[in-house]
Design a protein around this ligand. Structure first.
Ligand code: URP
Ligand code: ZN
Ligand code: ZN
Length: 472
């Protein structure tokens, strides 16, 4: 049924204004004042902001990692995302050396099909570069619309690639029109530091942070940025956690390099002291890169405000405290890295960012939605409120206060890293292509209704049509 949203304040990355939105066939048909109902269902957004649905560029749903599998899958994870105001996610598809890239993509389609309640796409991990991989990449781009490649500079002997692989991926991406993403930490130095710590009996969660100091992130970020300049290619640095790394991105951008950076709510709000919580509670806060000394938060907020960092990812990679995180009770290197973040990304940025005057309302939309849509080839289909765009819309009440808690969240895990934190502002209703997924704070979606998004090449606008997935 057609819908019309009345009385709300529309906010995009560049404008804030009052108007009605008429939605037809899942798309924004008309934006204007005093629009006629034309028999459409009326949504009263009085007192609310009307935001484009959030685009989360960084998730790991049901991902094998650290001797276990991340707990939230494409169903629980995307339901939680929808509650939090996110209507598109781009998940990391892991590949295996020596196997066709298409095998990995099939595996990810099988995980997500019939499960996702919001629209989704995949980034493709590149773990090796050889003729087979180089020959396959154009097909992956053409058939799957996967236009972003991920290279890990850390996790030695697991995911880590060498500099030749990174450099050749950057060259290939330039030719093919893809964006290279890096996890930027120096994995070799981390390996040395962790072995050294363990040999001294330093096994508690805090040593996770102390063996991955900011210098190893700054160094890897600077290295990746320099290689991008040399290759004349394009780079996106995921989960920037500290000033050292943010400064390297700013430096590269000043030189004219096409380098972008993402940070995450955990680095803006939590700090290294959380890893010192007693009774192994610190394990709940084990991310890579690790949480940093608190003063880094100002540097990250400042970088978001000035545009030196451009996006907010959740880096959703959730593990239960009991049964998963506690694999590392006697050895911090065995604690699965990552945390539950997909649900609260939007609210935390609004509450801690906009309401505390650190970023503007329009910057909030830009960093949580529009910029990722642009960088990853789904704009203007996603990431904005404009005629012709998909009607992915969040009706957001900026007054509602709530306390974040595992007892009320919708993620599948047994803890929330922000337990007890009060946030102001909450999505009340969320539409994906014009259909309610969340209606008055109740989930009304259907697993499998999310569509796979083929994405445009880097720097191009999205014209691609949604793909119907069939799995043999
Ligand atoms: O600790 C993290 N960030 N876990 C997820 C995997 C990754 O490195 O992004
Ligand atoms: Zn990472
Ligand atoms: Zn990640």
């Amino acid at each position: 049924m057609n819908k019309i949203i009345r009385n709300g304040t529309i906010v995009t990355a560049s404008e804030t204004y009052q108007a009605d939105i008429l939605i037809k066939n899942g798309k924004i048909d008309t934006i204007g004042t005093a629009l006629k109902d034309e028999g459409a269902e009326v949504i009263d957004a009085k007192g609310c902001y009307v935001f484009p649905g959030g685009v989360d560029p960084h998730t790991h749903l049901e991902m094998p990692f650290g001797g276990t599998v991340s707990k939230d899958d494409f169903e629980t994870g995307t339901i939680a995302a929808a509650f939090g105001g996110t209507t598109s996610v781009i998940d990391f598809c892991l590949t295996e050396k020596g196997k066709p890239l298409s095998d990995a993509v099939k595996t990810w389609h099988a995980k997500s099909k019939d499960k996702s309640v919001i629209d989704y796409s995949f980034h493709l991990m590149i773990s090796e570069i050889n003729d087979k991989v180089l020959n396959e990449l154009p097909e992956i781009i053409k058939n799957e619309g996967i236009t972003s490649f991920k290279v890990f500079m850390a996790y030695k002997n697991v995911f880590q690639s060498d500099d030749e692989t990174l450099y050749r991926t950057l060259l290939a991406a330039k030719d093919l029109g893809a964006l290279v993403m890096v996890h930027a930490e120096n994995g070799d130095v981390i390996e040395y530091l962790t072995k050294d710590a363990l040999s001294k009996g330093q096994t508690e969660p805090i040593y996770h942070a102390l063996t991955r100091p900011p210098e190893v992130e700054g160094e890897a970020t600077g290295r990746a940025a320099q290689l991008t300049g040399l290759a004349n290619s394009q780079l996106y640095v995921v989960h920037v956690s500290c000033k050292e790394a943010a400064d390297k991105i700013a430096e590269a951008r000043k030189k004219g390099y096409d380098v972008h950076g993402e940070t995450c709510p955990q680095y803006l709000v939590l700090d290294q002291t959380y890893l010192e919580k007693p009774d192994f509670e610190g394990a709940k806060y084990v991310w890579s890169p690790p949480l940093r000394e608190k003063w880094n938060q100002d540097a990250l907020w400042n970088a978001l405000r000035t545009g030196e960092l451009q996006t907010i990812g959740s880096d959703q990679c959730s593990f239960d405290f009991r049964g998963q995180k506690d694999l590392g009770r006697d050895d911090f290197t065995k604690i699965p890295n990552g945390g539950p973040m997909i649900e609260d990304r939007f609210s935390i940025l609004f509450s801690e960012g906009v309401l505390k005057g650190r970023i503007s309302l329009n910057q909030f939309v830009d960093v949580t939605s529009t910029r990722s849509a642009k960088l990853f080839g789904i704009f203007p289909k996603k990431g904005t409120i404009a005629v012709g765009s998909d009607a992915d819309i969040v009706i957001f009440n900026p007054e509602i206060k709530r306390t974040i808690s595992a007892s009320t969240h919708h993620m599948a895990v047994d803890y929330n890293a922000f337990e007890g934190m009060e946030v102001t502002g909450e999505p009340v209703s969320v539409l994906v292509r014009g259909e309610y997924i969340i209606h008055n704070k109740q989930f009304v979606g259907t697993p499998g209704s999310g569509r796979y998004m083929k994405r445009a090449k880097y720097g191009q606008l999205s014209k691609a049509t949604d793909k119907t997935i069939t799995i043999q």
